[in-house]
Every structure is written in structure tokens, then in C-alpha cells.
Design a protein around this ligand. Structure first.
Ligand SMILES: Cc1cc2nc3c(=O)[nH]c(=O)nc-3n(C[C@H](O)[C@H](O)[C@H](O)COP(=O)(O)O)c2cc1C
Length: 335
């Protein structure tokens, strides 16, 4: 049972807090492609199709993974505040952008595990570049695998060095192709504002390194600076650094519900990693090129659908910066 009586004003405040926490989810190019509607004891999550990447993500797959990650934070925040959130995914087939309705029921006093996980929401940051040489504890990987399966997806670790090398090479090929294809390059520039920007979305100067720090095998970082000299100082100059553990997050199906489950699974695993001071670097370039994604699916995923490619490790130094839009730009209180 909840420990305190809540008035409707308390509940409105708790729901606002939950939406604020949801915003700290990762999203492709920091597009933050979500909107929240609050009414009574219900929060609706909607995709914002104006923020979809028309070239790299024509079906909205990455948009829905991003929204699924935000939904995970929303659910966790409500649990940490003593509610039992009841989720309905894709509740109305005639409104495909309505991704979820979350109803608040009275819940239990949050346990230490919930609170420990909750504390990671604002600590977690994407990493770009090499990791420190420390190994990732096997127990954390096992826990992440379990977390991901509980949310309806699966993690495949690239244990074989040839597989890891192939994934790095495919990322390199995709990055090269995206840099030289005008439509992809124009889309990247739309989401990489100049250092003088007042925007609170996209890949800001402090979010990526000035020069791509090399790893071994080399998983290239995206080229948000586009030769303009923007970016933060590289954390690992010189020798190629440690790539960390390479993971494919996969689903058995391919459609909006699978993408939302992937997003829920992704965020749950990322918060688990953050609890052990580990961070993830994402490399989804190859999954945005249909031929390369089909190759990865056929050869490395036993025909499951690859949804995310990431590396996990111990980050070095300060985390990279990131920004979010103010809550009042994304949340509407519905009459
Ligand atoms: C579906 C998806 C794809 C992503 N792809 C990449 C990527 O290819 N390279 C990268 O550096 N970050 C990638 N990211 C991470 C975002 O850039 C990052 O979440 C966003 O900039 C917000 O920063 P934060 O995660 O530090 O809060 C991806 C995130 C999501 C959810």
C-alpha cells in the first residue's frame, strides 16, 4: 500500500515528476521524439513524427525505440514514487502515434532495488570513444541479459573476435556511406546544431569528441562535427583504446510493439550498467542501411532482428554533456 494519502494535486505533481524523469532517456541524435498527455490518473505517450529521421529511420523504428526507453523511465519513476503503473501498449490501432497509456494504481512502498535503479536515470550518459582497460564483470552482463529478456528482447554478445571485428567493419562501412550520401549528411546536420545554439535538443558541441577516438577494433563515432572543428576535447588521444564488450540487442519480431519492447529493454539494461559505473556507446549506423542490417541479421543474429549495436565498458573521466527540452514543450495537461 502507498504510505501517504495523495490528493489529486499531489498526484498531478508526481505525474509531472515522472514525465521529467522520462525525458532523460536516450534518443537517436537526441531527437527526443516524444509527447506526453496527462489526464486524471493517466499519462499517454505519443510519438512526435516531426522528429523522426526521414532518411535514416523511414519506418520510425529508432523513434519508437527511443520512446520505449522514455516509457521505461516513466514506469520506473512512478514505481519509485509508490504507484503501480499499468501499461497498455499501442491501445488504439486507429491512432498509431499513440504508443502507450499508463494508468496509475496505488502501489507498494518502493524497495531499495527500485530506488537504486531510479537513482541512475539522471546519472546515465552515452559514451563515445574508448573505454578504460578494466573488464566488464560477468555478473553485470548476466543481469543485463536477464533484464532485457524480462522486457521481451534479447542480448547477443559478440564474444568471437572475428564477429566483433566484422561488426566494427560494418559500422565503418555504414559511417563512410552516410558521410558521402547527401541526404544522410543533411539529416545529420539538422540534428547537430552549431555551438552558439539556443536549442535544447540534438547533438550539441559538448556531446561528442572533436576527433573520433579510435578503438581496437575500431567502431567509428558518428561525424556530427562534419569537419567544422566542433566537439569536446577527445578523452583518449593517441593509441587506439579498448572497445569494450560489443552487444547486439535483438527482437524476435519487427514492428511497433517490438520496437517499444526493445526501448524498454534497452533502458533497463543501461540503468543496470550505470549502477555498476559502466556506460554504453551506441553504433547504430549499420542498422540504418538496409543491406547491412540484413547481413547482420542473417550472420550474427540467428535471424532475430538486430535493433541496437552497443559497446559497454568503464568510461574514462567526466561524462559527455547532453541537454533536454523543457517539460512544458513536451507535456500537455489535457482537459
Ligand atoms: C535508437 C538510438 C540510436 C542511437 N544511435 C547512436 C549512434 O549511432 N551513435 C551515438 O553516438 N549515439 C547514439 N545514440 C545515443 C544518443 O545520441 C543519445 O542518447 C542522445 O544524444 C542523448 O544523450 P544521452 O544518452 O547522453 O542522454 C542512440 C540512441 C538511441 C535511442
Amino acid at each position: 500500500m502507498q504510505t501517504r494519502y495523495r490528493t489529486s494535486a499531489d498526484m498531478a505533481e508526481d505525474m509531472r515528476r515522472a514525465v521529467e524523469d522520462a525525458l532523460w532517456a536516450p534518443s537517436v541524435h537526441n531527437t527526443q521524439p516524444w509527447r506526453f498527455g496527462v489526464r486524471g490518473s493517466r499519462i499517454s505517450l505519443r510519438a512526435d513524427p516531426d522528429r523522426r529521421l526521414g532518411v535514416a529511420d523511414p519506418k520510425g523504428r529508432e523513434m519508437l525505440i527511443s520512446c520505449g526507453a522514455a516509457l521505461y523511465n516513466l514506469r520506473l519513476s512512478l514505481r519509485a514514487q509508490g504507484y503501480e503503473p499499468v501499461l497498455r501498449l499501442l491501445p488504439d490501432p486507429d491512432r498509431p502515434h499513440l504508443l502507450a497509456d499508463v494508468h496509475l494504481e496505488p502501489g507498494e512502498e518502493p524497495d531499495q532495488q527500485t530506488l537504486g535503479e531510479y537513482a541512475q536515470i539522471r546519472r546515465r550518459r552515452s559514451h563515445r570513444g574508448a573505454f578504460r582497460p578494466e573488464t566488464v564483470p560477468a555478473g553485470v552482463l548476466t543481469a543485463m541479459r536477464y533484464d532485457v529478456e524480462r522486457e521481451g528482447a534479447r542480448l547477443i554478445e559478440a564474444v568471437d573476435s572475428h564477429v566483433k571485428g566484422a561488426l566494427a567493419a560494418l559500422t565503418d562501412a555504414a559511417e563512410h556511406l552516410q558521410r558521402r550520401t547527401p541526404a544522410y549528411a543533411a539529416e545529420i546536420s539538422r540534428w547537430a546544431p552549431s555551438p552558439r545554439t539556443a536549442r535544447k535538443d540534438g547533438m550539441q558541441e559538448g556531446a561528442y569528441p572533436k576527433q573520433t577516438p579510435e578503438t581496437s577494433p575500431n567502431f567509428p563515432t558518428r561525424d556530427w562535427a562534419r569537419g567544422q572543428g566542433w566537439g569536446a576535447e577527445p578523452p583518449h588521444p593517441g593509441q587506439p583504446g579498448v572497445a569494450g564488450v560489443a552487444l547486439l540487442l535483438v527482437s524476435d519480431g519487427e514492428g511497433p510493439a517490438d520496437w517499444l519492447h526493445t526501448g524498454l529493454a534497452l533502458q533497463r539494461a543501461l540503468l543496470r550498467a550505470a549502477e555498476s559505473d559502466l556506460a554504453a556507446a551506441f553504433h547504430t549506423q549499420a542498422l540504418e542501411v538496409p543491406e547491412l542490417r540484413a547481413f547482420i541479421r542473417a550472420h550474427f543474429c540467428r535471424d532475430a532482428y538486430p535493433q541496437m549495436l552497443l559497446r559497454i565498458g568503464v568510461p574514462e573521466g567526466e561524462g559527455l554533456e547532453t541537454v533536454r527540452r523543457p517539460i512544458d514543450d513536451v507535456m500537455i495537461v489535457e482537459p
